[in-house]
Design a protein around this ligand. Structure first.
Ligand SMILES: [Zn+2]
Length: 292
């Protein structure tokens, strides 16, 4: 479906906004305080309704939209976890504490975390109401795939975005993007309208979400690229990438990551970028000087 320029600008702003807020929680060092506050909130509010399953303990305020759906939400999360465990071939042995809030303000008051979603070390915080529902796969992908290792954001966020689309069907709903927009489609649109981050740059990011990371551009690129990698090398190579690549800002680690990537996929990043761009129907311009 085509959107008018005005409508596009509107959802583009929403995308940028949501992307920055979601991403603000990605930095690992920032995880402990919200996690502790969330757990303290849960134990200090006996009025919260809860529902449990093998891997989830979910909480919501009595009478809230999530409270009404809590058993169904937990069952759906359990099914999502199972699918991700099979895809990544790992078992998650922990129990995720899942706390739902009716709006961003309530979430911020209780935990100090802004935005629609947050996840860190077995705790997930989500806004849940008629218009906002965090997709069940994105954060869960971080938790399950995190059992394999912590690769750079291109793979970590890319896998979360792609799994949300592949398993859940809607990777981008929360970002205010028109329904039915795919990761590849959003990258094509970005390229057509002059927004693109070269893959070598995305590869070097240790997080996606900050202004530096240009999240509205790098998020969909990462998701689309991981989709390309799965199509090319299957889940097994993606698992090897998770285990072998390390998220870091250290140039030496980044150089090691580039070598490891080339060994796994038998192509370097620039070859991979060219192949991916061809695959999504937006080939890179031919290299070298032009004559004539
Ligand atoms: Zn993420």
């Amino acid at each position: 479906m085509r959107t008018s320029p005005t409508r596009f600008r509107r959802w583009w702003r929403a995308f940028a906004f949501a992307g920055l807020l979601l991403g603000s929680a990605v930095v690992a060092s920032a995880q402990e305080a919200p996690r502790a506050r969330a757990l303290a909130f849960v134990s200090s509010e006996p009025s919260l309704v809860n529902a449990g399953s093998r891997h989830f303990k979910a909480y919501a305020a009595a009478g809230s939209p999530a409270a009404a759906d809590l058993a169904g939400i937990v069952a759906a999360r359990e099914a999502a976890l199972g699918r991700l465990e099979r895809f990544f071939r790992v078992r998650y042995g922990g129990v995720v504490t899942l706390v739902f809030f009716s709006n961003e303000e309530a979430k911020f008051r209780a935990t100090g975390v802004r935005g629609f979603g947050w996840a860190g070390d077995g705790v997930m915080l989500e806004v849940y109401n008629a218009s906002t529902k965090v997709d069940p796969f994105h954060e869960l992908t971080h938790i399950v795939a995190g059992q394999l290792g912590h690769p750079p954001a291109l793979f970590d966020e890319g896998a979360a975005m792609w799994c949300a689309q592949h398993f859940g069907g809607d990777a981008l709903g929360l970002f205010g993007v028109p329904a039915g927009t795919t990761l590849d489609g959003l990258v094509r649109r970005n390229i057509d309208e002059g927004r693109y981050m070269p893959l070598a740059e995305v590869f070097r990011l240790s997080e996606i979400g900050s202004a530096r990371s240009r999240a509205p551009v790098s998020y969909p690129e990462a998701g689309s690229f991981v989709g390309f990698l799965v199509a090319r090398g299957g889940p097994a190579k993606l698992r090897r990438a998770f285990a072998g690549l390390k998220s870091s800002d250290d140039p030496r680690v980044i150089a090691m990551n580039e070598k490891t990537f080339t060994r796994i996929y038998r192509m370097d990043i620039s070859d991979a970028e060219r192949a991916w761009r061809r695959a999504i129907g937006r080939p890179l311009p031919a290299q070298g000087p032009r004559h004539g």
